[in-house]
Every structure is written in structure tokens, then in C-alpha cells.
Design a protein around this ligand. Structure first.
Ligand code: AMP
Ligand code: MG
Length: 338
């Protein structure tokens, strides 16, 4: 299949791909997504095939505004509209009871569905023009780091999708926050572009799913099915070192091998001369770290490294999402310096 390159001027052509049951790479503020008509079982099935995604890992439905919630969700609590008012369009996915119109393939058979309105005008225009929700997971091959540019998505998907709409690099860089509103208190299933602290401002109490901070034991069932899979992993094994940045840099320098790669803060690049280094931004700039983390992980797959060491960001604010992706890339292989 020849994958067409579209731009923000090609809304009608992009909507045509969705209406025809095809696969479309969509830009969002978080990461690029692999989209299809979320009401078309066959089209949704093709998403799983293109990604090599396990069938039990449900997809998120992307809508053009909160007015669409009623089309696909039942028993919508008032707080869902409050959250939409505050955070949509934006990187928040709400888990709500689904209506029957949503196919089982989208929800992996669950009686709930993930709903999001992306903060990307062109993608909302495509959704509105096609007049169907776009079901989309991240646009990487299953297990690989998520793509934050069209070029990164094409590394995995060129020839497997009908078209990709290139709207430049993603502004946030980590996927949406997933919040389950079917339980009390609401439960954070995946940290993302909307911080836990911002949710707490609106909701008061928010429960944090265990799968965010630790590895699931065999047989354990996390609430977000996606959290149980190995994720975001470059080919070389990753070790995360947590603690004061001066100490973590020193620790890594003392232990790294001849062909080790390093993910570090900008201030510490000089420590690792002669090694492949991906700097993810200043230690204090969490927004930059979020934008850079997936490209940094992807970069090592083109380099001759035996292993990768990473300085861990702090896990407050947006840092909870960045450390979650890094820790998952490392299979939770984390060294804590005190
Ligand atoms: P991705 O954005 O590629 O990581 O894929 C969507 C994520 O949303 C996966 O981690 C899914 O497990 C999660 N998800 C989608 N729908 C639901 C749902 N109904 N309940 C819980 N998690 C969901
Ligand atoms: Mg994904």
C-alpha cells in the first residue's frame, strides 16, 4: 500500500480516508495516532492488525467536542462535563459507560469506553467532516515508543496505512491522561498531559492506579488493559537512575560501559563525552522532557549501543507521565540513590 502524505490543507481527503473505512495517521497535541472510523468494526480491526496490537487492549474514541459524549456514552456524570469544560480540547481521556453503538472491537469487550477531544484543530475538523468518532491508539507498532512526529510514525507504519496527516511535531509529547469516571473516587489509570495535581483541583480526591508506579505481577489485571504490556521499549535494555541529578550523573559515569548510551538532562551532557547521548531538556523543564522522551528512546535504535542509562526526572506534575514512560521502557529496572 502506498501511504499518502497529507497536510492541514487536506481535511476533505483525510475525512474521505476515514469515511471509506481506511487507516489514517492523525496528529494530536500528545502523540500521532493510528485512526479509523470508530463505528466501523472492520476498520477498527485493521488498526489492531497494522500495529500488531493485542485484541484485549481497547482504543480511545476521539470526538470533536463534548456535545458528542451523549452519542456514545450512557449515565454521564455531571463531573464529566465539568472536566471537559476545563480540559477539552486537551490531553484528557475519560472512561465512561458505553452505549451499544460503540463496537466491541473498540472497547475490547468492556462495558466502558475511553473518550477524548484532542487539542489539534485539523484533527477535530477531520472528525467533524467525517461525522464519526475516530478510534485511535498511538501510531507506533505495538511495544515501540510512541511517535511524536509524522516521520517517526512512518518508521513503523509506512506502507501499512492509507494516509498520514502531517501537522508538525506534537506539542505535549506524552499520551493523554486516562481517568476512570465509573468508580468513586475517580481513578487515574495513566498519567499524561493533564497532571494529577490539576485533576485534584477539580475533583478533590483522585485514586492512583498501582500499575502507574510498579510492574504488574503475572496474572494481575490492571484497570487500563494497556498498562500490563511491555511498552515504549528501545531495542537495548534501559536502566533508570533516580535521585539528585548531580548524583545520578556521577553514578552513571562510574558504571557505564564502552558502548552505553545515555538519556540525560541538558546540563549533564558534558559528563558523557564519547557516548551516544540524548539530552531531554534542562532538569527543571518538564514540558521539554515530555516533548523529547519518545524521540530520545527511538534514537537509540539507530545507534550501536549495548545498553541505555537514564537520569530520572522527578515524578511531580508532568514528570509523573514522563517517569512512567521511562520506567516502562526500562521494564521498571530502576536504581534509587538516596
Ligand atoms: P494508547 O493511547 O495507544 O496507549 O491506547 C489507549 C490506552 O487507553 C490503552 O492503554 C488502553 O488500555 C486505554 N483504554 C482505552 N479504553 C479503555 C477503557 N474502556 N478502560 C480502560 N482503559 C482504556
Ligand atoms: Mg500506545
Amino acid at each position: 500500500m502506498d501511504t499518502k502524505r497529507l497536510t492541514s490543507r487536506d481535511v476533505a481527503a483525510a475525512a474521505g480516508v476515514i469515511s471509506a473505512g481506511g487507516l489514517l495517521g492523525i496528529p494530536t497535541e500528545t502523540v500521532y495516532g493510528l485512526g479509523a472510523n470508530g463505528l466501523d468494526e472492520k476498520a477498527v480491526h485493521a488498526i489492531f492488525d497494522a500495529k500488531g496490537r493485542p485484541q484485549d487492549n481497547p482504543l480511545i474514541l476521539h470526538v470533536s467536542d463534548a456535545g458528542w459524549l451523549e452519542r456514545y456514552c450512557a449515565d454521564i456524570p455531571a463531573v464529566a462535563y465539568e472536566l471537559a469544560c476545563r480540559f477539552w480540547p486537551g490531553p484528557l481521556t475519560m472512561i465512561l459507560p458505553r452505549k451499544r453503538i460503540v463496537p466491541d472491537t473498540v472497547t475490547a469487550g468492556l462495558d466502558t469506553v475511553g473518550m477524548r477531544c484532542p487539542d489539534c484543530a485539523v484533527t477535530r475538523q477531520v472528525i467533524a467532516a467525517a461525522d464519526v468518532p475516530i478510534a485511535a491508539p498511538s501510531g507506533n507498532a505495538s511495544g515501540r515508543p510512541s511517535p511524536t512526529t509524522a516521520a517517526a510514525m512512518l518508521e513503523d507504519m509506512d506502507g501499512k496505512i492509507d494516509a498520514i496527516l502531517d501537522d508538525g511535531p506534537c506539542r505535549v509529547g506524552v499520551e493523554s491522561t486516562i481517568l476512570d469516571l465509573t468508580v468513586t473516587p475517580p481513578r487515574l489509570l495513566r498519567p499524561g498531559g493533564v497532571t494529577l495535581e490539576a485533576l485534584e483541583e477539580v475533583l478533590g480526591d483522585v485514586a492512583v492506579d498501582e500499575a502507574i508506579r510498579r510492574l504488574m505481577a503475572p496474572g494481575e489485571q490492571p484497570k487500563a488493559p494497556g498498562m500490563k504490556y511491555r511498552h515504549y521499549a528501545p531495542k537495548a535494555p534501559v536502566t533508570v537512575v533516580k535521585g539528585d541529578p548531580d548524583m545520578t550523573a556521577g553514578y552513571i559515569v562510574a558504571r557505564m560501559g564502552e558502548k552505553s548510551g545515555v538519556i540525560c538532562f541538558d546540563e549533564f551532557k558534558g559528563y558523557f563525552r564519547g557516548h551516544p547521548v540524548e539530552a531531554i531538556g534542562p532538569a527543571a523543564d518538564q514540558a521539554q522532557q515530555a516533548r523529547r522522551i519518545f524521540e530520545a528512546l527511538r534514537a537509540f535504535d539507530h545507534l550501536d549501543v549495548t545498553d541505555i542509562w537514564a537520569q530520572s526526572p522527578t515524578d511531580t506534575g508532568l514528570g509523573l507521565a514522563v517517569t512512567n514512560r521511562l520506567n516502562k521502557a526500562a521494564g521498571f529496572h530502576i536504581i534509587e540513590l538516596s
